[in-house]
Design a protein around this ligand. Sequence first.
Ligand code: SAH
Length: 356
Amino acid sequence: MSEEPQKWIELAVEAEAEAVEAITELFGRYGYNQGVVIEEPIQPGPDGGAEVNPAAPVKIRTYLPLEVATKLETTAEEDVSPEATALSQAERIQKLREGLYYLGMMRQIGPLEVSERREEDWANAWKEFYQVHRVGRRTVIKPPWQPYTPAPKDLVIEIDPGMAFGTGLHPTTRLCLTLSEDYLDPSQHKKLLDLGTGSGILAIAAAKLKVAEVIGVDTDAVAVRAAQENIERNGLKDQVIVEIGSLAVEAGSKAGSGFYSFSEQAQKPPLTLTKALPFDAIIANIIARIIVALAGSLAQALRPGGLLITSGIIAERAEEVEQALAQAGFELVERREEGDWIAFAHRQRTEPFPTA
Ligand code: SAH
């Protein structure tokens, strides 16, 4: 497990809403652990909550560790080539600048702001923008430092994502939350796996939707820590367990070989997961490449008729994911999209999981 670097370079840019997907993708490709913080221009809503002002610019941030020499366990964005993995910090910033320059020809994008941050700054920088917000019909995401009086049917999830992905503001998280609301049925889905749990947001939502047993895994130790804190904060320690690891070691992964790859160790399924097999439902909000690589393992880990929710998929890669999942034996139930992001609900229809 890597030691977390203490000093960071923050890269931030303000842009019109239409440019956010493209910038998120660009920042995700070069930023640490694909960590992109999107600060939507939030204003007080009529019901005392918060709403997004679609006309105001959005701030997008990412971070690079100041000490490049620090060993990092990070994951690849969609198409990180071997040479991209070897990029130095200066080269990364340069790539980001170039990318922004081209995007800036088509969209309104402000100048790139580069500043040095200590970890605590980063952990706190976004807090003032992170407000109580509603997702889907019932889910309400609430940061611990904001008061909220729930309506009768509200499922309130208290999340402090810290440095993990999963504020509930990202379209892929929102898509997974609404699919969970619509398809998770506690009478059928008693055991659920949240693959790439980040802040634990989807695992916690599943538990609040009354799924009896939820296991979350993440290859990133920072995420695991944040998720565990959030589970405790929501009083769900008996229902949700989060551990470091993944479902399986990705086939053909360049583990250990580059800047943007997880060690094989970090991709191994923890014993808690192996013991819980097969699952009634799996949610995987990761990225297209990983979903494709793990399609077979996902099929094996689900019981026949089990539910699979996937996202983190950019539109260009959706077909590839759909094909890989179909080949693994999944039947498409629904495809949803928000902006450039796609999410799927599938049903497993292969042979029962062979009990070892
Ligand atoms: N579930 C959260 C976070 C999604 S971000 C949400 O929906 O908001 C994706 C997460 O997957 C990151 O925390 C990342 O560390 C993790 N991840 C990336 N590759 C993974 C892999 N192969 N196995 C498990 N987790 C992985």
